[in-house]
Design a protein around this ligand. Structure first.
Ligand code: B12
Ligand code: SF4
Length: 546
């Protein structure tokens, strides 16, 4: 394929620009693909963005045969010179590699894979693609497109790996782009966008359908080294000696992009910053300028990701003053020992509580992320998490996660070395796709594989529900010897609380169906009996809540 691209055309017959189709998988917000699209256009090439399936937390919908057909037929219609597939998560790698094979074989188009997964597993990916890109792709993809357009050589481009005959050309990763302001704004509301979902295809940018605009102020700014995070490998290994990894856009560049997005789509109500950790170690004066200008020039609420050891009262007050509405804080475990020994996180619980109090005091909505199913110190992790959650100021939300063993992370290396993980289980490759997706947002009932986990996961979820008295939760905790043996009532209670919290309604049947499917079926056949029992359970609930 490489030879076909680099040779064979008479110079006069060569196109001066090429057409690229950039594809994302379960990721319609993808900042990377959007950025690459605008870079290609700025270089004079044509680019279509195809969003293949959307990513909705907790609502996984598998790819259908019809959707695959729609994708291949769209590509045949667009006839791109190159298909770029953005593969930012290893959890969808098998699906992406399968699609890549089909695009190459059935549509006869050359494919380049880029993103975190091909960066970490280049050889595996190159077996299913014509090119792979390691690391940031703006210059690399631009150079490749230029080379194809000019009929030049495509096997010596930094960051790009390709195979000619049996020889793999493994080109070095180039130094990082330091001046992020030199990049054009990421594509948004572009007419050349397609969404394939629900067995249909639409020419639309799905990001314009939601009242939220996603962007970032910095790249790879996080200074922490969590054992489960692949970002650590990107920062420390892939980009070692490639220049400073922590880079900030200027406030002016950032605000100009958001203003442009709002002009195109006035329905934007919230700005979501996807910096690993927002505002960490910024250039001198950056944060002050951001906080001064954002309210006046944008005047919208915004949400960020942060870290407990950074969120002191002064910072939270300042960010809040600029419109901060919500923060996701990765706590990961309530046990200091688990954090330290398993997750390589060294902050104390006092720091977590200080951050939580600051958020609460300034009225910022907090979501705390925890990982529930660590294979080390499992019980201590759950107990510590429950106990810490019981001290967090209410109200708050939780993101209860399952541990994903990602390639190139310290935790994966440790689990492999200790025989707790087999190579085929990395990135949950041995589990159905639906299960991998569901486990992002821990639905305690699905992942609780044994009774003790079912007990802990339900109790931990209940601890995040503000309307439940803490005295009741402590009682349940103290009754753990019994409830761990028979956790189903707690699972049902957690499900009922989740439904109430998310929908505002108390749907007891739906909750009961989770723990006792046969019971729900019986009462569905005898509705009057069902109503009677429903009333009974409500009265009992009121009694317990008192
Ligand atoms: C923001 C973010 C998200 C956002 C948006 C994702 C996105 N990619 O846009 C959300 C919240 C949706 C998200 C979700 C998930 N994420 Co995420 N996310 C990030 C984060 C913090 C920044 C990514 C980003 O926007 N960077 C800025 C943009 C401009 O760059 P980029 O996306 O990396 O793309 C550049 C290159 O990768 C490359 N590139 C990308 N695609 C392509 C395609 C081609 C053809 C080419 C040539 C180049 C190329 O060029 C781009 C421009 O330079 C990274 C950490 C990091 N530092 O990278 C984790 C990260 C990518 N996420 C990760 C994971 C695992 C997930 C989830 C599975 C959630 C989870 N359980 O943790 C899901 C998967 C969603 C999905 N369907 O793929 C891992 C991936 C590691 C791995 N090997 O799998 C990372 C590295 C963090 C980690 N936990 O270790 N994520
Ligand atoms: S704080 Fe977040 S981005 Fe930083 S190392 Fe930990 S998980 Fe990765």
């Amino acid at each position: 394929m490489t030879q076909r691209l680099s040779e064979g055309l008479e110079p006069s017959a060569r196109p001066r620009r090429i057409r690229v189709a950039l594809l994302t998988l379960y990721l319609s917000e993808s900042l990377g693909a959007r950025q690459l699209c605008s870079v290609l256009k700025a270089r004079g090439h044509e680019c279509s963005l195809i969003f293949f399936k959307e990513f909705r937390w907790g609502e996984f919908r598998p790819v259908t045969r019809r959707e695959e057909e729609l994708l291949l037929s769209l590509l045949r219609d667009l006839q791109p010179d190159l298909v770029g597939l953005s593969l930012t998560s290893s959890l969808v790698a098998d699906l992406a590699l399968d699609l890549s094979d089909k695009i190459r074989k059935q549509a006869g188009l050359p494919v380049i894979l880029g993103g975190a997964h091909p960066s970490a597993c280049p050889e595996d990916c190159l077996a299913h693609a014509d090119f792979i890109c390691r690391g940031e792709g703006e210059q690399a993809l631009g150079d490749l497109a230029d080379a194809i357009a000019a009929g030049g050589l495509v096997h010596q481009i930094p960051n790009i790996w390709t195979k000619i005959d049996v020889e793999i050309h493994r080109n070095e990763v180039r130094p990082l782009t330091q001046h992020l302001d030199s990049l054009p704004f990421a594509a948004f509301d572009d007419p050349d966008c397609y969404l394939i979902e629900h067995d249909g295809i639409e020419q639309v940018d799905p990001a314009c359908r939601i009242p939220m605009y996603h962007t970032y102020a910095s790249r790879m700014a996080c200074p922490f080294t969590c054992a489960f995070c692949a970002g650590v490998w990107l920062r420390r290994e892939l980009y070692a000696e490639k220049g400073p990894v922590r880079r900030y856009r200027s406030v002016s560049h950032l605000l100009a992009e958001i203003k442009q997005a709002r002009e195109r789509h006035p329905g934007i109500e919230l700005i979501q910053f996807w910096d690993e950790v927002f505002g960490v170690r910024p250039p001198a004066g950056w944060l002050e300028e951001f906080c001064d200008r954002f309210p006046g020039e944008i005047g919208l609420p915004y949400a960020i990701w942060s870290h407990p050891s950074l969120l002191n009262d002064e910072l939270v007050a300042r960010l809040r003053g600029a419109g901060l509405k919500g923060v996701v804080v990765g706590v990961e475990s309530g046990s200091e020992r688990v954090r330290r020994e398993v997750l390589n996180r060294h902050e104390r619980n006092t720091a977590v509580l200080r951050a939580a109090q600051a958020l609460n005091r300034h009225g910022v909505a907090a979501t705390y992320d925890f990982i529930l199913d660590l294979p080390w110190l499992t019980e201590e992790n759950c107990r510590g998490t429950f106990e810490l959650m019981m001290r967090l100021p209410r109200p708050f939300n939780v993101g209860l996660h399952s541990l994903s063993f990602l390639p190139c992370t310290a935790i994966t290396a440790r689990a492999l070395a200790e025989g707790l993980l087999l190579p085929g289980q990395i990135a949950s490759a041995d589990r159905p796709l639906a299960e991998r997706f569901e486990s992002f947002l821990w639905k305690y009932r699905l992942q609780a594989r044994d009774r003790a986990s079912a007990f802990w996961h339900s109790l931990i979820y209940l601890a995040s529900v503000s309307f439940l008295p803490r005295a009741l939760l402590w009682k349940l905790y103290r009754a753990r010897a019994l409830l761990r043996l028979y956790p189903k009532p707690l699972v049902v209670a957690a499900e009922a609380a989740r439904i109430k919290k998310e929908t505002g309604e108390l749907k007891l049947w739906a909750a009961l169906a989770v723990g006792y499917p046969w019971l729900a079926g019986f009462f569905a056949r005898h509705p009057s009996l069902g109503r009677l029992v429903n009333r009974g359970i409500r009265s009992l609930g009121r009694l317990l809540l008192r």
